[in-house]
Structure formats: structure tokens, C-alpha cells
Design a binder for this molecule. Structure first.
Ligand code: TRP
Length: 340
């Protein structure tokens, strides 16, 4: 369930210096707490843990590490495509663009686009949208490295940030959504999300989306079962987080990471598998969790796409297709669309 639409949400502006500011909504949204969400997602018959809870400090650090393990090809492949795209993007940009990023991203990818924009524009604005307090250190480095850059962070959900941007000003936006994060949505939620992006774009705005492509099952499964076990640690870390923050007694040794490709639904499915029959107390969620041996707790989906599906999807939402860039092995795609 998505949050009810909030009209005229109030944002508070924080000015850090002449080139760095951020906006944060007044705390008006009624959000379920971590304890409540865990209570409902683990209290069901088919148990799950919402993947947004992966990203505490430790989880975020582990995810950074996943991005550079040998088997996890998406990050380096997308970077290689961005390097190529850098020189070709100018063909599609008429005039100056602000860079808007959904998620504050890995600065390597952001920088590839900023290299290009700051070199070809007198000044460039960068708007990361993220729910976590963004860019404390990295913004300082970015501002140091790009003298004609200014940064405006929007600390909100992607939907909230996009709504904010819609009425912000008349400047043209290049919105980027990288890392195949879109693939972590269910198809229904993903479609709604694209409609949201489309509805908040102005004519002339551009949207660049990075999506992972269907390929051999063995390559896909290795990417989510790296031999160093970093993905396993990342997946299991959410249980430590529940232990720490919700007073639970998960014994991590009684669980294993399990990731498998579902060919029919074109997605990697990620689970935590209970290795024994066990019961776990989650005090703050008021839950006694009973698990069978081999029972699965679902944590994440990562959908994979065929090029024709990407094009149909974007076309159905109403976007105009500008270009798709691929790597040599056709492992990953970056697609640029506009709203006319
Ligand atoms: N968007 C990334 C992907 O689907 C996220 C991701 C990579 C991920 N590895 C993961 C999420 C492991 C959970 C667990 O590829």
C-alpha cells in the first residue's frame, strides 16, 4: 500500500552554504514504525522482511562491497555503459539540464554524469532524492571537485521528492534511476512508479533508467551468491538489525542466504532460510515467530528484463524512447526517454 497522496506538503529548507542546501518535509506523514512493519510482514503465513530495512549503516557498507565483488556484474557494467554514454548524451540534451537522482547513488556513477554536465554547462545543479540523510561527506567532495556545481538534497521518498520537483521551477531535469533498482519493485508497483515519474515530468525533461537484462541462469545466480559470501552477509545482516533494534533473539547461525532465479517471473528471488525448526522472539514487535526447518523468509526480488519488454513498458506509460545503450555482452541496459 502506498501512502495517501499529500497535497501541498510543507518542506523545511536548510541552507548549509551558498552551494549546498536541502529540503525536508515537516513530519506530517504517518509512517508505520519498524516494529509494526516487521510484526505484520513476519506475522503472516508467507513471511517476508521489507528490503528497505537492509540499509542500516552496516547494510549500506555491505552493499557497497557487493557492488565490487567479481560475480556482481551489474555495477561495473553500468559504469562502463555510462562511460560510453557520456560522449553521446549531448545529442539528446538541448540546453541546460539539472541532474536529479533517485537515491543518492554511488558517487562513481553520479560523477560520470556530472563530469559531462559540468563541462558543458556554466553551472550545474544536482538534486539527489533519498529518504536517508544524504550526502554528508560525499557532497563536500563533490562541491570541492566541481566548482560550478550546487547541490540541493531532497530528503523524502522518491514519490514525495518528485512531487516537490514538479512545482519547484521551470528548469529542465535529467532524472536518473540507476542500478536496476527499478527491478526491486513488483511489476504492479513498478508500473505505478513509472507513471508517477511521468506525471511529475515537464515536457522536455528526460529520464534515464538502468535495467539488468535476462541472461544465463548461472550468471544471474552467481551474481547473488558471490563466493566471498558478501551478499549472504548483507542478507543476514537484516536479522542482526532486528535483534539490535527490536530486541529479538535471531541466532544467525540458524539461517542461510538463499537466492534463486525464477525463469518464469524473470527474477532473482532472495530469501533467508531457516536451517532448523525454531522459534524467535521479537519483543518490540510483540511477536513469537515460529519457523519450520527449510522455511523461507522472503527479502527481495530483482527482476530482469528483455529489451523489448523495457521498450513496451516505457511506451505504455507514455514515454518517448530516445535511445538504449548496452555493453558488449548485452548484460545491462541504460534507456533514455522523454516526455513530449
Ligand atoms: N538493485 C540491486 C539488484 O537487484 C540490489 C541488490 C543487489 C540486492 N544485490 C542484492 C538486494 C542482494 C538484496 C540483496 O541487483
Amino acid at each position: 500500500m502506498s501512502n495517501p497522496v499529500q497535497k501541498n506538503k510543507e518542506y523545511k529548507k536548510f541552507i548549509v552554504d551558498s552551494r549546498l542546501q536541502y529540503f525536508k518535509p515537516h513530519a506530517t506523514r504517518i509512517e508505520k514504525t519498524f516494529a509494526e512493519e516487521i510484526s505484520s510482514s513476519l506475522g503472516r503465513n508467507l513471511k517476508s522482511i521489507p528490503p528497505k530495512f537492509f540499509y542500516d549503516k552496516k547494510g549500506s557498507d555491505l552493499f557497497e562491497k557487493i557492488c565490487s565483488v567479481l560475480e556482481y556484474y551489474p555495477t561495473r557494467t553500468e559504469i562502463s555503459i555510462l562511460q560510453k554514454l557520456k560522449t553521446e548524451l549531448s545529442l539528446f540534451l538541448d540546453g541546460d539540464f539539472r541532474l536529479v537522482e533517485l537515491g543518492s547513488g554511488s558517487s562513481t556513477k553520479t560523477r560520470l554524469l556530472l563530469d559531462f554536465l559540468t563541462a558543458s554547462q556554466k553551472t550545474t545543479e544536482y538534486f539527489p532524492i533519498d529518504i536517508s540523510e544524504i550526502l554528508a561527506e560525499s557532497s563536500e567532495e563533490l562541491l570541492n571537485d566541481y566548482k560550478n556545481l550546487s547541490i540541493t538534497g531532497i530528503i523524502d521518498t522518491y514519490e514525495g521528492g518528485l512531487e516537490f520537483l514538479k512545482t519547484y521551477d521551470d528548469k529542465k531535469n535529467l532524472i536518473i534511476f540507476l542500478g536496476s533498482s527499478f527491478g526491486n519493485f513488483s511489476p504492479v508497483d513498478g508500473y505505478k512508479f513509472l507513471e508517477k515519474i511521468f506525471s511529475t515530468m515537464k515536457p522536455g525533461d528526460l529520464f534515464l533508467i538502468g535495467l539488468d537484462l535476462v541472461k544465463d541462469t548461472s550468471i544471474l545466480e552467481s551474481a547473488y551468491n558471490d563466493s566471498k559470501g558478501i551478499t549472504a552477509k548483507f542478507n543476514l545482516n537484516v536479522l542482526s538489525r532486528i535483534n539490535d533494534e527490536l530486541d529479538a533473539d535471531f541466532n544467525l547461525e540458524n539461517f542461510s542466504h538463499y537466492a534463486v532465479y525464477n525463469e518464469k517471473d524473470q527474477r532473482i528471488e532472495m530469501y533467508l532460510k531457516s536451517l532448523t525448526e525454531q522459534s524467535v522472539i521479537i519483543s518490540k514487535s510483540d511477536l513469537e515467530l515460529k519457523l519450520q526447518k527449510d522455511e523461507l523468509i522472503h527479502t527481495e526480488y530483482s527482476h530482469k528484463y528483455r529489451l523489448s519488454q523495457i521498450h513496451d513498458l516505457l511506451d505504455d506509460v507514455g514515454f518517448e524512447l530516445k535511445h538504449t545503450w548496452l555493453d558488449d555482452k548485452k548484460y545491462f541496459s541504460l534507456t533514455l526517454v522523454s516526455k513530449n
